[in-house]
Structure formats: structure tokens, C-alpha cells
Design a protein around this ligand. Structure first.
Ligand code: FCB
Length: 458
């Protein structure tokens, strides 16, 4: 079996986010987030759960750190909870909130695990939503205030920072489709939200650089390659449409200092914009958004095959049989990760790229003699790591990979029904139980290599 070695400095890690694992909803002076509120609305979370306790990482962080150490991890991507740091969104800093991340960072560094924090992974303080949230330009000051508080406290030890996680999901799922908090369904608002996220990223980047001169700063985007279902002009155009809407709407302003013209016209055609003059765009915004980045964080889960549906509405088609999908319904398509990395490198050339999330939800069996057999997750990880390896061999500067996720956790609107973790939780005790995939990933990280394997079909 061929072994594929990664570059010497390659980082192996796992990723989580505060709202999904911390719990401690009413502990340590934390304020309410938009997800705490959203989860109280009927029908918003598939299993009716609330993120009050989740994995109780707020109290078990030490145990989770030991878990990462036992898995040989070199880095940990986590997010900081804005409502823990500034329970009222702005103004008075909650010292207990900063203390929590201070201890976590110290613990990580002692364990030789590099901290890789994200400032905003979707848990906006509810009080700021009450003022209009990301739809209002005024929120940007609050975000830079929050960034300053965190960078000042952790900047002597944390060098790699990311601002936002997946602005597309915040703008579209939260404000256009309504599946995520705050549950709005206003396409014009979602464009304002996207713009304010990008602008706040640029300003927050400047704050971090100012507070932490040695910092490396990036943003995390989800990337989904779009392919036409057939070679017809209509289907090719549907794929172009999706790429503009999902990928280039963020990549172009960040790396080229402009919104993609074709995607702007797509929005005009749909009545989401009145004309190609973007009403939310002020002079100088694009220069701020396009401030040079040290790295891009790329999250990848699957691809979309697109066709032009009825009335000229582009739509995704399910091409893969059910057995080749995860329980999220997402096609297992590792080639799409190599394609995404090559594309981003070719078209935008970030100096470094980290795969900041990649992983799969499957229904896992109950433990047998303490072991949880999850061969399909192993196959998913292996095939995607091999895709990363091919991209590196082709010259893409990929510096690390973070498996989503360390633990089964609160999967947003799916509650606890979708399990992405390398480790399960005992439902009664919340004890962490590493799945076979965790041991497989540990071995790959320790060897800094992945072999071809003989995995079952996805
Ligand atoms: C990503 C999110 C992450 C998790 C995974 C499955 O879009 O960043 O929090 O929900 O999907």
C-alpha cells in the first residue's frame, strides 16, 4: 500500500465551534446568543433540542484537551463566543469569559497544540440582533470592539486568527432562506449582511494586526464547486450562477476588491437589487475588504451539480445514489476538494490555505466492547486527505487540515441528529468515546501520512 507523506510542517487538527460544544448557557456570565433564541422557536431545530448544554465543553475543556493530546493533534480550531466576552454585545467586558479562553489557550500551548481561534462562528449576541444585527452597518463597530478585547487578551500567545466562519451561511441560510438564526427570509437583507460581514472582516483584520504585530490573519469560506448537469448552455449557466452566488460573491471582494459583475446582474434580474449600484457599498469599503490576508481557511463538504430548472431557476440535482451520500444528503465527492484547492490557488492565489473543516455525518452504531466502528467516516477522511495531498503535489500551498469535528455536537437546525464527530458522547454521562475514525486520524497525524487503504465504498 502506498504511503503519501505530507510536508514536514503540515498541521493536523480538529475543529469545533463555541455554540456547538460549549454549553454553559447560563454559566460564567454569558449573554444570550441568536442561536439560543432561535432554538426556542417551534420547529426550528429538528429534534427540538436547545444548545444550553451541548457537549458541556465549558466545564470539560480540560478533558477535551487531554483527548486531543491522546489523538496526537498539532492544532485546534475553536471559536470564541461573543456573548461570553461581551454579554451585552458591546460595552462591558465579562472577565470570566476572557478567563475561559485564556485557560484554554494556555492549556493548548502546554500540550503543544496550536490554538486556531475564529472570532465569529454564528453566535451573535441577541441584543445586537435586536438592533438589526448584521443587516445594520453599525454592528461593525461592535465587532471591532469585540475583536480588540479578545486580541488584547490572547494576542501574546495566539498568532493565527480567523475572523468569520462561512459568511455565505450567515447571509443566505440565516437571512435569505431562514434555516439558521435569526431566521429571516429577505434576499436584499442577506446582501447587506454579506457586505457587513466582509467589511467587518477587513476592519477586524486591521485591529488584530495592530494589537498583535506577529499575527497571521485569515477568514474561513465554505467552497462548493458547481458542475453543470449537462453540457447545454442552460445548465452551464446554472453552474456559473451557483458559483457566483456561493463562492465568488465572497472570494472576489476579498481577493480582487470587487463584487463579481455577472453575479450582481443575477441578483438584479431576481429583483434582489434595483440596479448594479450596490446600495450598501460606501466609498473605500472594497479597499478595506481586500486588505491582504495571510491565509485563507477553506471548508469543504461536497459539490453541487446544477441544472436550469423551470422558469429559469437554477437548481441542484442529486446525481449520486443514496449510498454515496452522508446522512446530511451530501454527496461524498473527494475530487471536489482537490478541484476547490486548485481553483482557489489558480484564481485567487492566497499565500497559504488551511482546510479548516472537512468531515462527514453518519449514523454510528452503539459501542461494542468500547469501540465504535465507523468505517465510512474513515473512508471519507482518507479520500479527502488524499485529495489534499494531490493538491499539495500540484503546488497548492495547503498548510494544514482540520477534521470536522472533534465531538458529536449541536449541528444547528439538525440539533443532535447529525453526527460529524471523531468522538461520540455517552448520552447519560457525556463521556467522550473516540470512534475508530479518531484512532485512524491519530495514526495518520502521527505518521504525517495517509495510505491508499482498502475502504468500503462510501
Ligand atoms: C459548516 C459549519 C460547521 C458545521 C459543519 C457541518 O458549515 O461551519 O459549524 O455545522 O458545517
Amino acid at each position: 500500500m502506498a504511503k503519501h507523506h505530507f510536508p514536514g510542517e503540515f498541521l493536523w487538527g480538529t475543529a469545533t465551534s463555541a455554540q456547538q460544544i460549549e454549553g454553559g448557557r447560563h454559566e460564567g456570565g454569558r449573554g444570550e446568543s441568536i442561536w439560543d433564541r432561535f432554538a426556542t422557536l417551534p420547529g426550528k431545530i429538528a429534534d427540538g433540542s436547545r444548545p444550553d448544554m451541548t457537549c458541556d465543553h465549558f466545564n470539560r475543556w480540560q478533558e477535551d484537551l487531554d483527548l486531543m493530546t491522546s489523538l496526537g493533534m498539532g492544532a485546534y480550531r475553536f471559536s470564541i463566543s461573543w456573548p461570553r466576552i461581551l454579554p451585552a454585545g458591546r460595552g462591558k467586558v465579562n472577565p470570566a469569559g476572557l478567563d475561559f479562553y485564556d485557560k484554554l489557550v494556555d492549556g493548548l500551548l502546554e500540550a503543544g497544540i496550536q490554538p486556531f481561534p475564529t472570532l465569529y462562528h454564528w453566535d451573535l449576541p441577541q441584543v445586537l440582533q435586536d438592533e438589526g444585527g448584521w443587516a445594520e452597518r453599525g454592528i461593525i463597530d461592535a465587532f471591532t470592539e469585540y475583536t480588540t478585547a479578545v486580541a488584547r487578551r490572547l494576542g501574546d500567545r495566539v498568532t493565527r486568527w480567523t475572523t468569520h466562519n462561512e459568511p455565505w451561511c450567515i447571509a443566505t441560510l440565516g437571512h435569505e432562506e431562514g434555516h439558521h438564526a435569526p431566521g429571516h427570509t429577505d434576499p436584499a437583507e442577506s446582501l447587506r449582511v454579506a457586505h457587513h460581514l466582509l467589511l467587518s472582516h477587513g476592519l477586524s483584520t486591521a485591529v488584530i494586526r495592530n494589537e498583535v504585530p506577529s499575527a497571521e490573519v485569515g477568514i474561513v469560506l465554505i467552497h462548493c464547486p458547481a458542475m453543470p448537469a449537462s453540457p447545454t448552455d442552460a445548465d452551464v449557466d446554472a453552474a456559473r450562477w451557483f458559483d457566483g452566488f456561493f463562492n465568488r460573491w465572497y472570494l472576489d471582494p476579498l481577493f480582487r476588491g470587487r463584487y463579481p459583475e455577472d453575479a450582481v446582474w443575477d441578483r438584479v434580474e431576481r429583483g434582489h437589487l434595483l440596479g448594479s449600484d450596490l446600495p450598501f457599498l460606501h466609498d473605500g469599503d472594497l479597499e478595506i475588504i481586500a486588505a491582504p490576508l495571510d491565509f485563507l481557511g477553506l471548508n469543504y463538504y461536497s459539490r453541487n451539480v446544477m441544472r436550469m430548472g423551470r422558469e429559469g431557476r437554477p437548481e441542484a440535482v442529486a446525481v449520486a445514489p443514496v449510498e454515496e451520500r452522508t446522512t446530511m444528503g451530501w454527496e461524498v465527492y473527494p475530487q471536489g476538494l482537490e478541484d476547490s484547492l486548485l481553483r482557489v490557488h489558480r484564481d485567487y492565489a492566497p499565500g497559504s490555505i488551511y482546510v479548516t473543516e472537512n468531515g462527514a455525518a453518519y449514523t454510528d452504531p452503539a459501542p461494542v466492547a468500547g469501540r465504535i466502528a465507523d468505517p465510512r467516516r474513515i473512508a471519507y477522511l482518507r479520500s479527502h486527505l488524499l485529495a489534499v495531498h494531490r493538491a499539495i503535489a500540484a503546488g497548492v500551498p495547503v498548510r494544514g487540515y482540520f477534521a470536522w469535528s472533534l465531538l458529536d455536537n449541536f449541528e444547528w437546525g439538525h440539533g443532535f441528529e447529525q453526527t460529524f464527530g471523531l468522538c461520540a458522547l455517552d448520552p447519560d454521562t457525556l463521556d467522550r468515546i473516540p470512534k475508530d475514525s479518531a484512532f485512524w486520524y491519530r495514526d495518520a497525524a502521527m505518521a504525517n501520512a495517509v495510505d491508499d487503504g482498502e475502504d468500503p465504498a462510501p
